[in-house]
Design a binder for this molecule. Structure first.
Ligand SMILES: Nc1ncnc2c1ncn2[C@@H]1O[C@H](COP(=O)(O)OP(=O)(O)OP(=O)(O)O)[C@@H](O)[C@H]1O
Ligand SMILES: [Mg+2]
Length: 367
């Protein structure tokens, strides 16, 4: 993967930013609040079709602006692509995506073109906050390359919402609730299978990575504990829980309750992990997702690294250097180039530096 150009219009604090990249290693430098992370956010949008730190798309529009527009030119698998992404301000979230000039009718049809992995400080929440964040990570990781999964997930969530709103209605006949059961069971089954296979592969990379990072001291693994384990069990529990579901106005079983423990045996890192162990786990996890995409597509995804290098100790920095040298292209943000100079100095790759100041970006001097 290689991002050649990106231009932003009214994206967060960027009025008009047009950048051309000629290197594999790109740095965005600037003080706090100048618009560095905003740049990574606009790049990761091309892969995930939503922001990694914001659920309300309207927040991506520059304040008081009626629209935002991102245009990117990149190379994937030896082919050139133009990806255009526009959001208009409206209650209905008018989003429009074009690939090579053609309007994409279904948003899920635009996944998998631009592949990237982002590492940013809030990733620690995947370890600290438990299952909600872990399901969110897993769903967004799988969906970024698997359109079938994304569609199943969208459909499952739509059906779940319908069933839950039926459960909340007064005196509703039971048949108007149970009508949602079979379609939910079908989607749940498809989602479970893909989650299961993905976690099994992810953990084998994760364990190897962690082993390297901690020299064998932290033998943690990722497991997948689906809330229901078969269609039959799902059917039986939906029937058995019907009274309870009506009482609480919510569907109490299904993949929205799946658990993804990270740790060992019955202990989870969220409860016993030290800061360093949690940080290593995040790096091992994100690296695992990078390695899986590389294996599946034969091409390294773009790495987006938001201000985390300085937090790392020597061992983890070395580990990162290795990762980046097998990487197609990596984008970093930092407030302090001096602070990471030793580290980047060891990379024998062309570097490019951009200075970000109040939403304006200019080319900086080489280091
Ligand atoms: N929708 C928006 N419209 C205009 N400005 C915005 C919008 N959203 C955020 N901002 C501004 O963007 C800036 C934050 O940008 P960003 O998060 O990229 O900073 P940063 O350079 O990464 O800083 P740090 O080093 O602190 O992480 C802030 O000044 C914020 O006020
Ligand atoms: Mg930032």
């Amino acid at each position: 993967m290689y991002l050649r150009r990106i231009s932003l219009q009214n994206f967060r604090n960027h009025d008009q930013t047009s950048l051309e990249f000629r290197s594999r290693l790109i740095f965005f430098i600037g003080n706090n609040g100048e618009g560095k992370t905003n740049l990574l956010e606009s790049i990761s949008l091309l892969s995930y079709l939503k922001s990694f730190r914001e659920s309300d798309e309207n927040q991506l529009l520059k304040w008081d602006s009626p629209f935002t527009f991102v245009r990117a030119e990149f190379e994937a698998g030896g082919e050139d692509f133009v990806f255009e992404y526009g959001i208009e301000k409206s209650q209905f979230k008018r989003k429009k995506i074009k690939i090579n000039g053609e309007v994409i009718k279904k948003v899920s049809d635009s996944v998998g073109y631009f592949r990237s992995v982002i590492l940013s400080p809030p990733d620690i929440q995947i370890i600290e906050f438990g299952n909600v964040e872990r399901r969110r990570f897993l769903d967004s990781f799988i969906s970024s390359t698997n359109k079938y999964y994304l569609n199943q997930l969208i459909e499952y969530n739509r059906l779940l919402k319908q069933r839950n709103s039926a459960l909340k209605r007064e005196n509703i006949p039971e048949r108007e609730i149970v009508i949602w059961n079979e379609p939910l069971i079908e989607r749940d089954f498809e989602i479970r299978q893909i989650r299961e296979q993905t976690v099994a592969r992810l953990t084998s990379y994760f364990e190897k990575n962690l082993n390297l990072l901690s020299q064998g001291k932290d033998p943690f693994r990722i497991t997948y504990k689906p809330n229901v384990s078969s269609k039959e069990e799902h059917r039986e529990r939906l029937a058995r829980n019907l009274r309870k579901d009506i009482a609480i106005g919510y569907t109490s079983c299904g993949n929205h309750r799946d658990e993804i423990p990270i740790g060992f045996e019955d202990k989870d890192l969220s409860s016993f992990g030290s800061q360093g162990q949690k940080r290593s786990a995040v790096i091992a996890l994100k690296t695992a997702s990078f390695q899986m995409i590389l294996e599946d597509t034969g091409e390294a995804p773009v790495l987006l690294i938001d201000d985390i290098i300085r937090e790392l100790d020597v061992k983890r920095r070395e580990y990162f250097v290795n990762l980046i040298s097998e990487c197609g292209q990596a984008f970093f943000t930092t407030t302090d180039l001096e602070g990471i100079k030793d580290y980047i100095g060891s990379l024998e790759m062309d570097k490019e530096i951009f200075v970000v100041e109040n939403g304006k970006v200019s080319r900086g001097k080489d280091v």
